[in-house]
Design a binder for this molecule. Structure first.
Ligand code: HEM
Length: 369
């Protein structure tokens, strides 16, 4: 059986965070930080006290990552959660676009493996754009393509070891892609917020669900159990491989984090990936906490999501209900087929975490209508 590279044995920053001592206090990963919090209580504090733990300005290195609705201390503004109507619209689009993407693959390259990260691009992009904007289909699809173009152009800027210079090729390409999206959005009537804020919302709402969806397909393809509850499978995926596996805040004053003094102006990290492996938050055998076992959530004594895969506080994910709905749709579809990984899945850490490669086939008796 093919399987997934173990997150536990991954190197890089992921490894450093997972192997940090879980002392109950904040742990300095280096002499001057960053500091990592290792308990749910401290994590919640960091994310819900924006006056002390400020949202960093250049998470995307392209300027502002946050937007609209009331200024936060550093001048960032906050997003309103999507409404149930927006979510319903987005899920409808996801459902038809997912079927279309499968059909398209089957007609272009029949019999070849599906690449989860590629296959999910269009359905997720169109779904999220369809939820956020109430436009005609042509505009929706154009904005979806431009959003994907901006995300692709952002990738080398974000993953670069050192921030690329302002006039570097990567920066110029990223700016061009961002302006193209911005132009298209400016032409849309009745935007819910200024166009650059909508662009940010779309980028956040496309890139992360693509990775989450691919992880979900990877886990389900590697899993051998007969029937899996789709919602449980989604929670288990977001527990073991939350795409936003770490998020940062900057201290605005000296703070005491569980007995550790952190000076002002330092980086504090919260890791949903680390929290998702704390046995106190996860039902089932503590020895098996790192294993994919959706059925563990049949035990309702622990609350799924306590490890904050969608964040918490003023910068918590405004698209979480749409993200969950897209993933549950995907898990339901997967449950009706027999997926099989066609090669070992690796972990790309260049921007959050994403499964790469992540290719699968559908067994003959599965097939999709
Ligand atoms: C499974 C899917 C998703 C996951 C796991 C996810 C996860 C997250 C997390 C952890 C954060 C907080 C980051 C932090 O505190 O630094 C966040 C923020 C955000 N998410 Fe999501 N997200 C998902 C889907 C979406 C969707 C569908 C949208 C839009 C339609 C969206 C839009 C955003 C935005 C705009 C922010 C920034 C909020 C702010 O800074 O105020 N996300 N997301």
């Amino acid at each position: 059986m093919m399987h997934l590279d173990s997150v536990e044995s991954a190197g890089g920053r992921l490894g450093a965070v997972l192997s940090a001592p879980r002392s109950g206090a904040a742990v300095a990963l280096d002499r001057h930080g960053p500091w990592l919090v290792t308990t749910p209580v401290l994590a919640r504090r960091v994310l819900t006290e924006p006056g002390r733990f400020d949202f960093p300005g250049d998470v995307s290195r392209s300027g502002d990552l946050s937007s609209s609705r009331g200024e936060t201390r550093s001048g960032h503004v906050l997003f309103a959660p999507l409404t149930p109507d927006q979510v319903a619209r987005g899920v409808d689009v996801f459902s038809s676009e997912w079927d279309a993407a499968l059909r398209d693959h089957d007609s272009r390259a029949p019999g070849t493996a599906y690449d989860a990260m590629l296959l999910l691009r269009q359905p997720v992009a169109r779904s999220t754009v369809g939820a956020v904007l109430d436009t005609d289909v042509g505009t929706r699809d154009r904005v979806a393509d431009l959003t994907l173009g901006w995300i692709d152009a952002l990738a080398p800027v974000i993953s670069a070891h050192r921030p690329p210079g302002r006039w570097s090729r990567a920066r110029r390409r990223e700016r061009r892609a961002r302006f193209a999206l911005d132009d298209a959005l400016s032409a849309v009537t009745g935007l819910p917020a200024p166009s650059e804020q909508v662009a940010t919302m779309l980028a956040a709402g496309v890139q992360v669900p693509i990775a989450a969806g691919a992880w979900l397909l990877a886990w389900l393809a590697a899993d051998t159990s007969d029937s899996v509850d789709p919602v449980h499978a989604v929670w288990e995926t977001l527990r073991l491989t939350p795409p936003t596996w770490v998020t940062a805040r900057i201290t605005t004053e000296p703070v005491d984090l569980g007995g550790t003094e952190v000076p002002a102006g330092r980086v504090v990290l919260v890791s949903p990936l680390l929290l998702g492996r704390l046995t106190e938050l996860v039902p089932g055998d503590p020895e098996l906490v790192a294993g994919f076992d959706p059925a563990r959530w049949e035990d309702t004594t622990k609350r799924p999501g306590a490890w904050l895969p969608f964040g918490a506080g003023p910068h918590a994910c405004p698209g979480r209900t749409l993200g969950m709905a897209q993933l549950v749709h995907l898990a339901t579809w997967a449950g009706q087929h027999r997926l099989r990984l066609s090669e070992q899945v690796g972990i790309d850490q260049s921007r959050g975490i994403a499964p790469l490669p992540c290719r699968f086939t559908i067994d003959a008796w599965g097939g999709h209508a």
